[in-house]
Design a protein around this ligand. Structure first.
Ligand SMILES: *Cc1c(COP(=O)(O)O)cnc(C)c1O
Length: 395
């Protein structure tokens, strides 16, 4: 190996080890469910984004199997060349209907959707105004274009207003206000009513990333735009098929003009192939399940309330989440890593989260309950949290 490369890599890896946070991903040996086998152990899974249990829903799996047999393994080309199948369009119609927009466009992932949507729309002389805790894919979208960037303090809409007023006074071109609907590390929620009002007042474009809100908030899990009833005039909704939908893929739901613009201009759409037909068919079935089985969302919230109350009663610091994402804040990265390891030894998996995903002193294990956890699963998990919390002096 190149000598310089080798010493660079050694340095990077040693510094992770010195901080106590070097961990290669654990290996899942079963389907993603509420109880799984991981690294050879049966454990209760508290780190999956499979909120509603759709990864193994019989209708979703069956749809994938049929599409595989009928349409083959791959799409054959980039969508704009010869890879757009009737299935892709069907999924986009369903998503637009589900989200209440005129049109939708599917990307390979939520990550590429954000990168494509932000970087294609925003140009020199424009301004992107972003919540400080927005997802990395939004930040990367900002980095890939020549528009200016301003960051407002987390959920601080007075600060957002100041930025917008100043930008308009300066004669900025297009202004895009973008926020996660549900924040992935803290589980708190953007106030879309406040954002919508400010966008109207200052003639800004509104964009929300509902990766963690779809399947969780709003009627039948339609997301935060539905939850806050701001459909009228809201410009852009991003989402992923990889979380509550249980499959894979990103999407933007917006006006037909915006979608047609992206079909011709968004680089992740133009220069990278889309999903195989089996994946798209599974996504279509997942949207159908979401529309037809609202009980799953209700169960998710019941489990969420039960688990949060249990953690609070034990005396853990669970931050300010109001959604199924519940952080258990531990302190240093090394301690959070140790906490996660000891939980695992007691049959529970909750991933440690450290800098740069969160501030070092707010390192945590992040828990996400699923609709398909039983009460017994959650009680057992709480017992493990109690034991580890006491033995490490966290509670
Ligand atoms: C997970 C996530 C994404 C990325 O979605 P993928 O489909 O996994 O690429 C984007 N935005 C937010 C807020 C997320 O939580």
């Amino acid at each position: 190996m190149n000598q310089r490369l080798q010493s660079f890599l050694r340095g990077e890896i040693e510094s992770l080890k010195a901080k106590g946070i070097f961990r290669m991903p654990r290996v899942l040996e079963t389907a993603a469910g509420p109880r799984v086998r991981m690294d050879g152990r049966e454990i209760i899974q508290l780190s999956s984004n499979n909120y509603l249990g759709l990864t193994t829903h019989p209708k979703v799996v069956e749809a994938a199997r049929r599409a595989l047999e009928e349409f083959g393994a791959g799409p054959g080309a980039v969508r704009t060349i010869a890879g757009t199948m009737s299935l892709h369009l069907e999924l986009e119609r369903r998503l637009a209907r589900f989200k209440g927009t005129d049109a939708a466009l599917v990307f390979q992932s939520g990550y590429t959707a954000n990168v494509g949507v932000v970087s294609t729309l925003m140009q020199e002389g424009d301004l992107i105004v972003s919540d400080e805790l927005n997802h990395a894919s939004i930040i990367d979208g900002c980095r890939l274009c020549k528009a200016g960037r301003a960051i407002y303090r987390h959920l601080d809409y007075d600060h957002l207003r100041d930025i917008l007023r100043e930008a308009r006074a300066r004669g900025t071109g297009k202004i895009l206000v973008v926020a996660d609907g549900v924040f992935s590390m803290d589980g708190d929620v953007s106030d879309l009513k406040a954002i919508a009002a400010l966008c109207r007042e200052f003639d800004a474009i509104s964009m929300v990333d509902d990766a963690h809100a779809t399947g969780v908030m709003g009627r039948n899990g339609r997301g935060t735009v539905d939850h806050f009833a701001v459909q009228e005039g809201w410009d852009i909704q991003i989402g992923t098929m990889s979380k509550a939908f249980g499959v894979m893929g990103g999407y933007v739901c917006a006006s037909r003009d915006l979608v047609e613009f992206y079909v011709h201009k968004a680089r992740p759409f133009l220069f990278s192939s889309s999903h195989p037909p089996a994946v798209i068919a599974a996504c279509i079935a997942a949207v159908e399940v979401m529309e037809n089985e609202p009980d799953r969302v209700a169960r998710l919230w019941e489990n969420t309330r039960f688990f949060k109350e249990g953690l609070k009663r034990l005396g853990f610091n669970i931050g300010s989440s109001s959604t199924p994402i519940t952080p258990v804040i531990i302190g240093s990265g090394a301690k959070a890593a140790r906490f996660s390891d000891e939980l695992f030894a007691r049959g529970v998996f909750a991933q440690g989260i450290y800098f740069p995903m969160v501030a070092e002193e707010k390192s945590r294990v992040r828990t996400i309950v699923m609709a398909t956890h039983t009460r017994a699963d959650l009680e057992e998990a709480l017992r493990a949290f109690e034991h580890v919390g006491r033995s490490l002096g966290v509670i």
